[in-house]
Ligand binder design. Structure first.
Ligand code: PGA
Length: 253
């Protein structure tokens, strides 16, 4: 059985006090309102990870993730944070290949493959993002585009390694725009992703892979999206910054 996951990506939002407040609201609400079969992940900025992870120490239903990690192991790389450092906090997961990293920081497939290796090498669960820009969707080449992203950054992994990866499909035209993929578009792409994984690693691995949807997911549309056969949860940006909205999304399962 694949895991159900709802992950909140805080991006570059919240100072320390605000972040701690949001994290403690989420933990308390999850304790009271969420069934144990859903894993909740929160992803604060690097600088809050230690404090937030201390706050969550006793809780194993809410995990802490980072938004990025270095492709290097250690050394003279000013401003970078390694996977091993994150693991030592301890952080349990890391978002890799978010379209904002690809678009604004020039992260490409090959670099992301190295980051995935670093994360797995430090026992961090990679939440690997893929998804097409609007012009690719309009040309109707989105399926091939996403296949290529997966192949280029993930398919060098062994079956055991790949089994530790969570995929997040985030069509770029839906991120922060208020324009969600329709249930048909989301299901079609999630099924496509699962088939591409099955071709590489076999049906069992594919059916055990958690595939999240991301892009303007909110308390009003989450239920319809999470009910789709191949959608196993969400990666939530804007709506994860308000504890009530985030909780209502989690409870959409
Ligand atoms: P959004 O962002 O929910 O604000 O659209 C999703 C994401 O970027 O992960």
């Amino acid at each position: 059985m694949r895991k159900k996951i709802v992950a909140g990506n805080w991006k570059m939002n919240k100072d320390l006090a605000e972040g701690l407040k949001l994290a403690s609201e989420i933990v308390n609400m999850v304790k009271d309102e969420v069934t144990k079969d859903v894993t909740v992940i929160i992803t604060p900025p690097f600088i809050h990870l230690t404090s937030v992870s201390r706050l969550l120490a006793e809780n194993n239903q809410v995990l802490v993730a980072a938004q990025n990690c270095s492709e290097k192991e250690s050394g003279a790389f000013t401003g970078e944070v390694s996977a091993a450092m994150l693991r030592s906090i301890p952080v349990q997961a890391v978002i890799l290949g978010h379209s904002e990293r690809r678009q604004y920081f020039g992260e490409g497939d090959e670099l992301l493959a190295k980051k995935v290796d670093m994360a797995l090498g430090s026992d961090l669960m990679p939440i690997f993002c893929c998804g097409e820009p609007l012009e690719i969707r309009e040309k109707e080449t989105h399926a091939a585009y996403v296949s290529r992203q997966l192949k280029a950054s993930l398919f060098h992994l062994s079956e055991d390694e790949f089994a530790k990866v969570v995929i997040a499909y985030e069509p770029i035209w839906a991120i922060g725009t208020g324009k969600t993929a329709s249930p048909e578009q989301a299901q079609q792409m999630h099924l496509h992703i699962r088939n591409v994984i099955a071709d590489q690693y076999g049906k069992e691995v594919a059916s055990n892979t958690t595939i999240l949807y991301g892009g303007s997911c909110n308390p009003h549309n989450a239920q319809e999206l999470f009910a789709l056969d191949d959608v196993d949860g969400g990666l939530i940006g804007g709506a994860s910054l308000k504890s009530r909205d985030f909780l209502d999304i989690i409870k959409s399962f």
